[in-house]
Design a protein around this ligand. Structure first.
Ligand SMILES: Nc1nc2c(ncn2[C@@H]2O[C@H](COP(=O)(O)OP(=O)(O)OP(=O)(O)O)[C@@H](O)[C@H]2O)c(=O)[nH]1
Ligand SMILES: [Mg+2]
Length: 363
């Protein structure tokens, strides 16, 4: 082979190599496109305290990324202890408000109340052992517990007591948060967060603009790339007020604006969240839905499918709330988007996995 032929052969091989690269790139692009089109892209919207962060954390757990590394773990431990401190401060404020004389007959309770009040004023609190002792003494006191329970059932105290029940675990120097601890931890870090996860071999990509609620400007930015909007509602908030407006009514108003302005190509997945708290409130009977939504007095569900063993009062309450939202989406007519409603409990991993599995076929 002469030099000229050698150069020709080299050129051919180079061309062949380039063709190979182009073929491989095409194959990869095709695969990316297939995965992109098969992925359900969801935007998480909802009102304050509706449960969006909890749903996002469940998605991270489903992705196998509950905590990414030691630094995230240390931050989570600090946040959980700060949540515990905020919770016991709420307890103290509630006791002082509802039973101002609570500690007078119990000097040791008074001591613990005073300790927590002084701790609440401290910045960069170091969580000394006595903090946990005082917090536990208060939380175990029957009078304090009774006062908190009354306040909670009347909607005056929004603190579940989850961390207070786990003081002895959380105080350990080598404490490692469980999935449930992470789910119950409340933190506010503004920004858009995203996570990818799979349920029943269907891929989801979830976006959560933390710190923003229903504002239409938010989702308008994403709309071309979305498969659905997940609209989260605190179903137990029928008796709560936020800035002078009933919280559930505010959610209904925002739902109307989302449903009537989002394109019909989009699906709205309505997550009627906090079903456990709704059931608890309805069964306690202290706070009645008809006192806030008078039409409830004449409501009978038409197509209810109760959960096994569910109390009929709970079925009626949850379907009443569902129907209020669905009548809004129907009123938007063909201009609006499709809507599908789901009863959720964001702190229950199995419930959410099941709901995402149902959603996979809808979007
Ligand atoms: N029992 C119960 N608690 C829930 C449920 N969903 C959320 N929570 C609790 O409700 C509180 C608020 O939940 P988040 O997930 O922080 O709500 P959010 O919508 O992100 O709220 P903000 O971002 O603070 O406006 C937390 O203490 C959660 O643990 C639920 O279904 N059941
Ligand atoms: Mg949040």
């Amino acid at each position: 082979m002469n030099r000229f032929q050698g150069c020709l052969r080299e050129g051919e091989q180079e061309e062949k190599g380039q063709l190979e690269v182009i073929r491989e790139t095409r194959r990869q692009l095709k695969e990316h496109k297939r995965l992109y089109l098969a992925t359900r892209r969801l935007l998480l919207l909802g009102g304050n305290e509706s449960g969006r962060s909890t749903i996002f954390k469940q998605a991270k757990i489903l992705a196998g990324k509950a905590l990414d590394g030691k630094r995230e773990q240390a931050t989570a431990v600090h946040n959980i202890r700060s949540n515990l401190k905020a919770d016991i401060e709420t307890v103290v404020a509630t006791v002082k408000h509802l039973s101002p004389d609570a500690g007078l007959d119990h000097p040791e309770i008074q001591l613990s109340l005073d300790y927590i009040v002084s701790a609440s004023a401290q910045r960069d609190f170091s969580f000394p052992p006595e903090f946990y002792e005082h917090a536990r003494a208060l939380w175990e006191d029957a009078g304090v517990r009774d006062c908190c329970e009354r306040a909670r059932l009347c909607g005056l105290m929004d603190c579940s007591g989850y961390f207070l029940d786990r003081i002895d675990v959380i105080k350990q120097p080598d404490y490692e948060p469980s999935h449930q601890d992470l789910l119950h931890c409340r933190v506010h870090t503004p920004g858009v967060f995203e996570t990818k996860f799979q349920v029943d071999q269907v891929s989801f990509h979830l976006f959560y603009p933390e710190g923003l609620n229903y504002s239409s400007q938010v989702w308008a930015e994403y709309v071309d790339h979305l498969s659905a909007i997940v609209f989260v509602v605190d179903s137990s908030s029928y008796d709560l007020n936020f800035s002078g407006t009933n919280k559930l009514q505010e959610a209904l108003n925002s739902f109307r604006s989302v449903c009537c302005t989002c394109p019909s190509s989009l699906c709205v997945l309505l997550f009627l969240n906090k079903q456990d708290l709704l059931a608890e409130k309805v069964l306690a009977g202290e706070s009645k839905i008809e006192d806030h939504f008078p039409e409830f007095a004449h409501y009978t569900p038409q197509d209810a499918t109760p959960e096994p063993g569910e109390d009929p009062r709970v079925t009626r309450a949850k379907y009443f709330i569902r129907d209020k939202f669905l009548s809004i989406s129907r009123a938007c007519g063909s201009e609006g988007c499709r809507c599908s409603a789901h009863f959720t409990c964001a702190v229950d991993a199995e419930n959410l996995r099941r709901v995402f599995s149902q959603c996979a076929n809808l979007v």
